[in-house]
Write a protein that binds this ligand. Sequence first.
Ligand code: HEM
Length: 364
Amino acid sequence: MIEKQPLYYPDYLQLNKILNAQDCESAKFGEQAHDETLFIITHQTYELWFKQIIHELDSMIHIFKENFVAEESLHTIVSRLKRVVEIQKILIEQIRVMETMTPLDFMDFRDYLLPASGFQSLQFRFVEVKLGLKSEYRTPMEKKFFNSRLNEVDKKALADVEKQPGLFSLVERWLERMPFTDIEGFDYWHKFQQIVIGMFQRDRVTIENNPFLNQELKALELNNLVQTQHSFDVLFNDEEYDKILKTGQRRLSRKATLAAVFILLNRDEPILSLPFDLLQSLIDIDELFTTWRYRHAIMAHRLLGSKIGTGGSSGHEYLKKTTENSRVFLDFFNLATFLIPKSLRPELPETLKRELGFGFYKNR
Ligand code: HEM
């Protein structure tokens, strides 16, 4: 048996390092600014949580890289995604603590920080890239700041991570492998398209016969209907879909999109329950990161007014612009476009229902 010294709490957590890592810049130039410890500790806490998120993302990426993802592994992935979601909620809440600092108190030490900036949070970039945010999706303005403020070692580390597949493309590959829709003798999408055509025909008649709409409003509603119908048509047309992929309006492949729509429509089938949770969690993660970015931009506005950031950006204006543009799983939000009412869903054949059911059902 290995001889083991009794473990001492402060040693295990290396508190000596962590609790002595708050060197206030203001103290080096005169009186220490009271709020600088809050500023440092809040950032350090964020970086620790980023580390945990990266740890979770790495483990999911490792599982998804395999050509086969077992159901037990899917359970692990979903529970870790949900953990990331809970951490994100804390990250958003923490902004309130930072906001207890007033702009005047911030000014006591802000100038000493130049040119250090959140732009240099390598871990934040890792999170973005590991989720699937690619360099080509960033606007020219974002590209300018994306890695230009990093030192050479960090730039190289980021470039290395960028060469690896992120969660988005791995989930896309996993969705593309989903078998259920082209089972012999059963063409789910043919049935789905027929239902959709009928649905649009009925909607057209309803609009045309609506006595409460004048000609102008009717034309407007019919035009909207045509647009929605077009989105469905594109979903079943390889060439048209490719065109949209090339414009960057959509990033998720047609095959993966169809698989995701199938999961959303048939989420009550036991085998699809975890994949459904997975899709929901990705949507949650996107929503919460977008919320964090927006809250952070507002906080920057509150503390800086229209001053520029220490990293040289236009400050809150820049941050607000990056908010919408940094959404990784936007296509998963847009899946809702392709949903039809539950009552209209194509009925699954008994053999397929058994495939999608639990064991005891299969034996019935
Ligand atoms: C007093 C509070 C804060 C203010 C006024 C502030 C302000 C800013 C500004 C103006 C930028 C744009 C870059 C620049 O020009 O410097 C920025 C970027 C950033 N900040 Fe903060 N920030 C604050 C707190 C935080 C905290 C607590 C975090 C947590 C880690 C954080 C993380 C980031 C990140 C990751 C970026 C890069 C965002 C991107 O490029 O999309 N900031 N911040």
